[in-house]
Design a protein around this ligand. Structure first.
Ligand code: AMP
Ligand code: GLY
Length: 416
């Protein structure tokens, strides 16, 4: 089969790597493209939002399945458009993608179906929002409703910060249309963990769990990033907690999807705040996580192309998911300055000298004249797998110094 994979980051690099291992996959086209491609993978240079061009390409090349990495094309309705033309897409339609595209929609869904989450109110009016914020305990959390590239959530530690955030979003329109409404919610204590589920016709099939590191510096210091390290599984997910999550969260989500007359097929990524045995949902994403995908897919024994096709055709089973009993640790090499401004175009050396124990995924790189250059804030993701997380961690930190580029930075405490 021929697949068109949409996206260009470490997540898509991991999806392409896993799909390439499938005997039934003949070709993987990537739009716009990935670093380090060879074999069955080919970059086509079309942007993720150029739906007409992507559709023309899919028809011309007889694409059997489109797999969507990032949220934007899903929220904008890529599946709705493509399936009208008879092209299969792994990913939810616009209506279901609103579970990520609108925080208000997601909160109302959780409220209606009694899914545990932080208490909240929504506002379009800054005066009312401020009045409400003044009655709450701090810290509190203020979220722009729409997609803000990971920047739309503000944790306000006191009244002054809360009022500034409300003004910023509702009055000064920092996020434009995406911020014409806000959610104000209580701050939850606990530890964060992610659970990604395959979804097919509103039934959820949880994959292995993962723990993402969002802050740039060791010890969770410094600003938030897109994620600079990860490991799988998360030790928080004991059998007891998994049972609670199934009963209190997954079953209720399935019921909610049915109750709303939705039809969710794709990935539902659930971000949790976990306090003991009490899981609360922070957010939904309607796509694979980055960097979660880079630690989860190397543990999957099953054929990923098979899973995508079965999900889209509506005949997925629990037994289709086979996992390797190993642990994975990923460390992301970033450009100096990230998540602020950073330089691009630094030559990357040493990838060929990494041991075979390391899997390399390409977040932001550029191939030119047989050399590899940095082309993003997150540059490369290195993944090690071993019997235990400690072993995987030892391997990864022994190998990283073989790679270098000017300004290379990474956290030294992933998986500790
Ligand atoms: P979200 O995009 O809604 O997941 O928010 C981004 C990040 O903000 C989360 O990964 C958490 O670290 C933090 N966050 C969001 N909501 C809350 C909350 N209610 N309590 C504590 N932290 C939160
Ligand atoms: N790692 C968080 C995300 O993909 O949104």
């Amino acid at each position: 089969m021929k697949i068109l994979l949409i996206g260009s980051g470490g997540r898509e690099s991991a999806i392409a790597w896993k799909l390439e291992q499938s005997e039934r996959v003949e070709k993987i086209y990537v739009a716009p493209g990935l670093g380090g491609v060879a074999g069955k993978v080919e970059n086509i240079g079309i942007g993720v939002s150029a739906f007409d061009e992507l559709l023309d390409f899919s028809k011309k090349e007889n694409i059997d399945l489109v797999v969507v990495g990032p949220e934007l094309p899903l929220v904008w309705g890529i599946r709705d458009k493509f399936e009208k033309e008879g092209i299969k897409v792994f990913g939810p339609r616009k209506r279901e993608a609103a579970l990520e595209g609108s925080k208000k929609f997601a909160k109302e869904f959780m409220d209606k179906y009694d899914i545990p989450t932080a208490k909240y109110e929504t506002f379009t009016d800054a005066v009312k929002a401020k009045e409400f914020a003044r009655t709450l305990r701090f810290p509190l959390v203020i979220k722009a409703d729409g997609l803000c590239a990971g920047k739309g959530v503000i944790i306000a530690k006191d009244e002054e910060e809360a009022l500034r955030a409300i003004d910023g979003i509702l009055v000064h329109q920092l996020f434009g249309e995406e911020g014409k409404e806000i959610v104000i919610e209580e701050f939850l204590q606990g530890i964060e963990a992610s659970l990604l589920c395959f979804a097919s016709n509103n039934k959820l099939y949880p994959m292995e769990s993962a723990k993402d590191y969002k802050r740039i510096f060791d010890g969770d210091e410094g600003p938030n990033t897109g994620g600079v390290g990860c490991y799988s599984p998360s030790q928080l997910f004991t059998d007891e907690l998994k049972d609670i999550i199934e009963k209190d969260v997954l079953n209720k989500i399935e019921k909610g999807l049915e109750g709303e007359g939705m039809d969710f097929t794709g990935i539902l990524f659930i971000g949790f705040m976990i306090d003991g045995n009490s899981p609360k949902v922070l957010e939904f994403n309607v796509r694979f996580g980055d960097p979660e995908t880079e630690v989860i897919l190397p543990r999957l024994k099953s054929d990923l192309a098979d899973l995508f096709v079965k999900a889209v055709d509506g005949n997925l089973n629990k037994e289709d998911f086979q996992w390797e009993d190993i642990e994975t640790v990923a460390v992301i090499l970033t450009s100096a300055g990230y998540p602020g401004s950073y330089k691009k175009g630094e030559e990357i050396k040493g990838i060929d000298s990494l041991s075979d124990d390391i899997i390399v995924f390409y977040n932001g790189t550029l191939d030119r004249d047989g050399k590899l250059f940095t082309n993003g804030g997150r540059v490369l993701t290195l993944v090690a797998k071993a019997k235990t997380r400690e072993e995987a961690r030892a391997i990864i930190y022994k190998e990283i110094p073989r790679v270098n580029f000017n300004g290379m930075q990474y956290r030294g405490d992933i998986g500790k």
